[in-house]
Write a protein that binds this ligand. Structure first.
Ligand SMILES: Cc1cc2nc3c(=O)[nH]c(=O)nc-3n(C[C@H](O)[C@H](O)[C@H](O)COP(=O)(O)OP(=O)(O)OC[C@H]3O[C@@H](n4cnc5c(N)ncnc54)[C@H](O)[C@@H]3O)c2cc1C
Length: 410
């Protein structure tokens, strides 16, 4: 078995792992990143990159953001089309009074392309050592360091960052805790050609079908004339109703009155595929002696929108700043890493609490219909609905019962 020794070990080279490695690369440390797949690898996703992703990318040392804008194929996102269960539509642009020079607030970019771009950036750094095709199977923490095993390799490091996704082996090995099913959602997505009725400016579409609430069906215009379409459903509901997501998908695109007319001439490109999302409703300690958990491994997906890439990258940015302090004081203790949990809490707790309330409210199709109906007539309500995706203040407002009472009389 080959033996390797690094200062920092990272399990997983998704957005969380790559963002951490790129933020730590200039520290003069040796970094070993272990990834079970071989890039370019496939990733099941809705492919929506929010403003959060772009702002974290801008702060990564080097020209990562500029190169992403210049080199990666993507579709700009200028706004959202909401479709209520009543079928009423509401188009809300992300930017009011948009100027021609304004950069798009977000993008739709195939995850295979985005993740491959981020992964390629690791190769610019001689101190980042990449091990692809290495499935981390066991992690142990000792007073003097961590030991990580794959089939053929043994790695030793001062600390490990678990960025190995929803089924994180780092989390299971070092924490052992299991989340209740209510904190998991399963999302399924497929690519299609010839979907009709897209917004002329390629607004992303969230279609709130009664059958899926509090989840939604999405249609995101993507590159190459394709759309990425899919939906998410909470795991307890899937189990309770014995739902087969592929069959539900097929049923929706062939017979749902809001969706089927758009897919009459559509041709699937590949089969729909599903994957699990770990929601930010699960509260647990995301660090300990010589380890930190990032992104999906740390359950950081937004409980209402299902957005996880930006949160994963934001957690890596926080981890990088905490790890820099740990390397300078040579302290990788659970006590030291409490600062990581505290900063994650400051960054996400309120947002996740609010989005959980939104998730509960969104179970009511009546409430949804009311909000969209009023928003169609009242610009302020429409703007508030969109700001739900971008502003903490707007989210808080939307969770207050008084807001809905006032809406009734507007
Ligand atoms: C259907 C669906 C649609 C979604 N749509 C969106 C969207 O539109 N926008 C959005 O922001 N988010 C979306 N998400 C969520 C988003 O995909 C995740 O939150 C995001 O990928 C988290 O990034 P990560 O780096 O933490 O984990 P991942 O991207 O999962 O990366 C983890 C990496 O670790 C590797 N790995 C796993 N186990 C091991 C192991 N044992 N050893 C070594 N390597 C390992 C994996 O191969 C992978 O490369 C969606 C998710 C699903 C399922």
């Amino acid at each position: 078995m080959a033996q390797h020794e690094f200062d920092l070990l990272i399990a997983g080279a998704g957005p969380a792992g790559c963002t951490l490695a790129l933020n730590m690369a200039a520290q003069g440390l040796t970094i070993g990143i272990i990834e079970k797949e071989t890039f370019p690898r496939k990733k099941i996703c809705g492919d929506a990159l929010s403003g959060k992703v772009l702002s974290v990318m801008k702060r990564i040392p080097g020209d990562v953001y500029e190169e992403f804008i210049r080199d990666v194929e993507k579709i700009p996102s200028w706004g959202i089309r909401f479709i209520a269960p009543s079928s009423q539509e509401l188009d809300v642009p992300f930017l009011l009074n948009r100027k021609p020079e304004h950069p798009p607030p977000g993008y739709v970019c195939k995850r295979d392309d985005f993740d491959n771009f981020m992964f390629a950036k690791l190769q610019n750094h001689p101190n980042i050592h990449i091990f692809q095709g290495g499935h981390v199977s066991e992690v142990t923490s000792h007073p003097e360091g961590v030991v990580v095993k794959t089939q053929d390799h043994e790695f030793r490091g001062k600390v490990i960052a678990g960025a190995d996704g929803v089924h994180s082996v780092v989390r299971k090995s070092l924490l052992g805790t299991r989340a209740d099913k209510k904190h998991f959602c399963v999302g399924i997505r497929g690519y299609f050609e010839n979907v009709t009725g897209l917004h002329q400016e390629n607004f992303i579409e969230l279609i709130f079908l009664k059958r899926l609430l509090p989840g939604y069906f999405w249609i995101f215009p993507s590159t190459g004339g394709l759309v990425n379409a899919g939906f998410g459903m909470m795991q307890p509901r899937i189990i309770q109703r014995r739902e087969n997501l592929s069959s539900v998908f097929q049923e929706l695109i062939s017979s749902d009155p809001l969706i089927a007319p758009r897919f009459i001439n559509a041709r699937p490109v590949g089969k729909p595929e599903a994957h699990t999302l770990p929601m930010g409703t699960y509260h647990f300690c995301r660090s300990g002696n010589r380890f930190l958990l990032l992104g999906d491994a740390a359950f950081l997906v937004d409980p209402f929108s299902g957005e996880g890439i930006g949160n994963a990258m934001a957690s890596s940015e926080i981890a990088a700043s905490v790890l820099k302090g740990s390397f300078s004081s040579n302290d990788f203790s659970a006590k030291k890493f409490k600062a990581y949990d505290a900063r994650l809490g400051q960054r996400f707790s309120q947002e996740f609490r609010t989005m959980s309330v939104m998730q509960t409210l969104a179970r009511s199709s009546h409430l949804f219909n009311l909000v969209v109906k009023k928003a169609c007539k009242n610009q302020e309500v429409g703007e508030l609905l969109t700001a739900m995706f971008t502003s903490d203040q707007a989210r808080k407002k939307l969770t207050r019962p008084g807001f809905y009472l006032r809406l009734l009389f507007r």
